[in-house]
Design a protein around this ligand. Sequence first.
Ligand SMILES: [Zn+2]
Length: 267
Amino acid sequence: MQPSTWVLAIIGLILGSFYNVCIYRIPRESFWESNRSHCPGCGTMIPFWHNIPILSYIFLRGKAHCCGMRIPIRYPIVEFLAALSLCLIYWKFPFLSEFPIKVVDFNNMLRFFHAFTFTSLLLICSFIDIDHKIIPDVISIPMILSTPLIILMHPELDWKSGLIGVFAGGGSVILINRVYYMMRGETGIGMGDAKLLAAIGGWLGYQAIFPTFFYGSILGSVFGVSAMIFKKRLNFKSEIPFGPFLAVGSLLHLFLSRQVQELFFIF
Ligand SMILES: [Zn+2]
C-alpha cells in the first residue's frame, strides 16, 4: 500500500503549522527565542490543544481563547496549502513501496524533496511578503547559495541551467528595475524580488525564468486590476507584493510546464 493520503495530509498540516511559526517569527527576528507559542494579543501561553492545525481554528471560531483576539485566516490557509502541496507532490513523484515500506524510486524521492522544499520555502516567503512587503534574505540568499547542492542532487537539473538561472533570474529583475527607473524615475519591483527570482532560476534552471515572470505578471495584473476595481483607494504600485505572484508563476512552471507547452506551443 502506498502511504495513505490521510498520513500525507496530517504530515503536511503539522509542517504547515511550523511554516506559520516561520512566517510569524522570521520578519520579527525572533525565530530562536522560545520554543512554545504565545498569544500575540495577550502573551498567554497557547496550550497544544488550541494549536491543532485547522481544527483549532474551526473550534475556536477564529478567536483566541485567552483574550478573544482574532486569529488571522492565514493560519488555516497556510496549513491547508502545506498539506495540499505535500499530497499533490507525492502523487506526482511517488517513491515508497507497498508494505513493508521502503524506498523504491530513488530519483522520484529526490524530485519529491526538491519540489516540496522549493514549494515550502516559497510559501513561507509569499506570506511574509503579503504581511510585511519584504522577501526575507534569510530564505532567498541560502536558496541561491544552495544551488550547487540542488544541481548535484537533482536527477534532471544540470550545471549550465542552474548557474545561468541564478544570474538570469537576478539580472532580469535588476534590468527591468533600471529600465523602469529610467522611464518613471522610481523603482518598480524590489531587490527582494531579484533575489527570489535568482533563487528560482537556481533551483529550476534558467528555463523557468521567463515562464515564471510571464505567469507572475499576468496573475499580478489580473489581481491588481480587480483590487483597484473593488478597493478604489488601493495604490497598485506600493501595496501589492510581487513575490507571491512570482512564487505561483514558478510553481505553475514546475508542475504544469509540459501541459502548458502542449496547450500553447510557446515555451
Ligand atoms: Zn490572548
